[in-house]
Write a protein that binds this ligand. Structure first.
Ligand code: PMV
Length: 312
């Protein structure tokens, strides 16, 4: 059996985060500039059924049996084996590396799960279909997030822009005119579970107010899809700004995110918003022109890193 590797991109949410958990539409795109990679090699001296996992960035260097049921890496491997009905695989070693910042709203957890399922299933001779990969990664997302919408595993698996509605079949759509995004990292880790939990608590306390905000966010995502399909990229910036204001009302922005959003706008971005769970993590800016100026402004306003990507 030869070594097998698989990788999966990061993702950015363009519109609709948080509201998507409650059934409203959202738009997400793959970010191919950073990715997660899983490499499976046969473990010639390992006893049958033995699996060793090495993920230096998260400090894991252990046999699968030593990882708890809640460990996301272990869960992805077990999920892939169970889906194939294999209990005693030939011994193998799995190495996982990633260039995606952790807990930053870029879908690193989903990308790692997708890469693992693809590599393990291919190594065992039955590569999982995209549908299976996404479903298995979704199960692992539940360990990260609690109540994930499924948007992360979907966009990361399919690797193309998606219009996503929870529990509905994936919808891809045409990007009429490619556009450039700058993705800037506050450097503040933000576990999705906490922001999602706080929004849920707010929704339980003030259901009507939150429902209205979710509806408005859903309307923006729907308009944005039409805008992207028709290539009216100017209007896209305005929709991003509106979406950011609504996320502020949900209480998921932060002074650091707001600072990056204003800096991007002042430097010439057509629109900007936080992306993902919020509180920390990343923001995105639509930079059709003045990309260099916007990038400099973001770094000056405290961004720890800026990724440039073209949505197409
Ligand atoms: O993984 P993140 O931080 O990009 O957040 C995912 C987006 C949320 O809408 C906040 C949660 C979800 O499950 O959709």
């Amino acid at each position: 059996m030869p070594a097998i590797s698989a990788s999966a991109p990061a993702k950015g949410i363009l519109f609709g985060e948080h509201a998507v958990v409650y059934g409203y539409p959202a738009i997400a795109v793959p970010v191919h500039q950073v990715s997660a990679r899983a490499v499976v090699t046969p473990w010639i001296k390992g006893a049958s059924g033995k699996i060793h996992i090495d993920a230096p960035q998260v400090g894991v260097d252990a046999d699968l049996e030593r990882l708890s049921q809640n460990d996301p890496l272990g869960a992805a491997v077990r999920g892939a084996l169970n889906a194939l009905g294999i209990q005693q695989p030939p011994a193998f070693k799995l190495r996982i590396t990633s260039t995606i910042p952790l807990a930053a709203g870029l879908g690193s957890g989903a990308a790692v799960s997708v890469a693992i399922v693809r590599a393990v299933s291919a190594f065992l001779g039955s590569p999982s279909s995209d549908e299976q990969v996404s479903a298995l990664a979704f199960e692992v997302e539940k360990l990260h997030h609690g109540t994930p919408s499924g948007i992360d595993n979907t966009v990361v698996t399919y690797g193309e822009p998606v219009y996503f509605v929870k529990d509905e079949a994936i919808q891809t759509f045409q990007v009429n005119k490619p556009f450039t995004l700058l993705i800037a990292d506050t450097g503040i880790p933000s576990p999705t579970r906490i922001a999602v939990g706080d929004v849920r608590a707010g929704f339980q306390q003030e259901p009507e107010r939150y429902k209205k905000i979710f509806e408005d966010i859903g309307d923006i995502a729907e308009k944005a899809r039409k805008t992207i399909e028709t290539g009216s990229n100017e209007a896209l910036g305005e929709l991003m700004d509106q979406n950011h204001s609504l996320l502020e009302k949900l209480g998921v922005s932060s002074p650091e995110l707001d600072k990056l959003v204003s800096a991007a706008k002042q430097a010439g971005a057509k629109g900007a918003k936080l992306s993902g769970a919020g509180r920390g993590g990343n923001m995105i800016a639509l930079a059709e022109e003045k990309q260099a100026e916007v990038k400099v402004a973001l770094l000056a306003a405290g961004a720890k890193g800026v990724i440039q990507t073209v949505v197409q």
